[in-house]
Each structure stands twice: as structure tokens, then as C-alpha cells.
Design a protein around this ligand. Structure first.
Ligand code: FPP
Length: 232
């Protein structure tokens, strides 16, 4: 594929509206959304995309009704359990990043098992951002750096050094950020890491975002002219 990005990140939005339009509960939209996750991951593996990351649950999402929070956590658990052998077979490396302390023991244990088992896999890296927010990430990075570094080293820190304290340390910044459902916001996602990302917004709701829609986004990216603030 021409001009394939290294890292595509997706803000999966519109599950609730998708369900409402069909007269169903919001949870039904999340279930269909999980099918889109499968479809997009399958496509990413097929084309050899090095990194696919997904905003699955924000720090702000904890404020949703408990029944929805529980359903989302249950979906996450189900995905990990059901897809475990499939991910291993396709050499997918799995990572869950975010404020892991807020997740249940059960969810954390399932994440740890899959992260450990898949750590050596050489295929696509699938990153699920769970209980994540960009401001939380920047703050925890700043606190970690302040605790580890001497005041002199802290003052001398440069952007590339600071990146090493974020939960995404070692992971390339997203080349392409996709947001579905017509919302034109970054919503406290990868604030630092998206400094030079190309943004792609589509009106398609996440449960309808499958292989053809993903391909369309990649085609749009392939035609972008990235200058990083320089003159070409
Ligand atoms: C946003 O739609 C979507 C979410 C908050 C959850 C995304 C979760 C999944 C797709 C489920 C499974 C994930 C994995 C990785 C297996 P919304 O509910 O905010 O939609 P709305 O804006 O229409 O209400």
C-alpha cells in the first residue's frame, strides 16, 4: 500500500447514536462497535500496519451510568478472552494504556495475561486506551519526571525526553488520527502525541466504520502533504 502510516489512532465515537437510531439501548451500539474493532484490526493486520490504537474508554467515561460502564468493561473482558488465541495466531502485540489503577482486578488480570503473552509478537501492535485522558497522561509524566530527575535535569528536559515519561513511551506518535460520528474535537485524547498527526473526521458512526471506511481514511492520508512546520 502506498504511503502507509506507521501508527493510526481512532476515537471510536457514535455507538450510542447508532443504537438510538434503531430504537435500541446504547449498549447494543457498543456491541456492534466491538465488531468494528475486529474488522479494523483484521484489516490492519492484513496490510501490515505497525500500530493501531483505539480510544476505548476515557477518564471522563467513568461518569456514565454504572450500567453502561459495567457493560463497556464486560465487553472489554469478552474481547480479550474471545480474541486471545486469534491475536496470538496473527502475531498481534496487545497493550492497554491508561490509569490502570481505576480498572477492576479482573480486567487488569486479563490485560496483564494478554500483554505478557503477546509481548514478543512481531506483527501489528494493538493499543487500547482505557481509563485514559491526555491531561492525566501529561500530569503523570510530569510528576514521574519530577520525582526521578534532579532539578537541573528537570530544567534541561526537552520534548523528546518528556515523551519518555508518557504512558506511550517508545511508541511512535500517531501519523493519522481518525474520529468517527461527525464530532470535530480531540476530547482530551493524545494531546501531546498528536502534535503533528493528520486528522481525519468522518460522519460515519463507529459501528458502521468497517474495512471500506478504514481504507478510505488511509487513502485520504496517503494524499496528505506533511511538512512538520517546515517549507518543502
Ligand atoms: C463512543 O460512543 C464509544 C465509547 C465510549 C466506547 C467504545 C467502545 C467500544 C467500541 C467497545 C469495545 C472496545 C474494544 C476495544 C473491544 P458513544 O457512546 O459516546 O456514542 P454517542 O456519542 O453516540 O453517545
Amino acid at each position: 500500500m502506498n504511503n502507509l502510516p506507521q501508527h493510526v489512532s481512532i476515537i471510536m465515537d457514535g455507538n450510542g447514536r447508532w443504537a438510538k437510531a434503531r430504537g435500541k439501548e446504547r449498549v447494543y451500539g457498543h456491541m456492534e462497535g466491538a465488531e468494528s474493532v475486529r474488522a479494523c484490526l483484521e484489516y490492519a493486520v492484513e496490510i501490515g500496519l505497525p500500530y493501531l490504537s483505539l480510544y476505548a474508554f476515557s477518564e471522563e467515561n467513568w461518569n456514565r451510568p454504572p450500567v453502561e460502564v459495567n457493560a463497556l468493561m464486560a465487553l472489554m473482558l469478552k474481547f480479550i478472552r474471545q480474541e486471545f488465541s486469534n491475536l496470538m495466531e496473527h502475531r498481534v502485540r496487545f497493550m492497554a494504556l491508561g490509569n490502570r489503577r481505576r480498572l477492576s482486578k479482573e480486567v487488569n488480570a486479563a490485560i496483564d495475561d494478554l500483554m505478557e503473552a503477546s509481548a514478543g509478537n512481531q506483527g501489528t501492535t494493538l493499543i487500547v486506551f482505557l481509563s485514559y485522558s491526555g491531561q492525566w497522561d501529561v500530569l503523570q509524566a510530569m510528576k514521574k519526571a519530577a520525582a526521578e530527575l534532579s532539578p537541573e535535569a528537570f530544567q534541561a528536559m526537552e520534548a523528546k525526553d518528556f515523551s519518555g515519561y508518557l504512558v506511550t513511551a517508545g511508541i511512535p506518535d500517531p501519523d493519522l488520527l481518525i474520529r468517527t460520528s461527525g464530532e470535530l474535537r480531540i476530547s482530551n485524547y493524545l494531546l501531546w502525541q498528536c502534535a503533528y498527526s493528520e486528522f481525519y473526521f468522518t460522519d460515519v458512526l463507529w459501528p458502521d466504520f468497517r474495512r471500506p471506511q478504514f481504507q478510505e481514511a488511509l487513502d485520504a492520508y496517503a494524499n496528505r502533504d506533511r511538512r512538520y512546520g517546515k517549507v518543502k
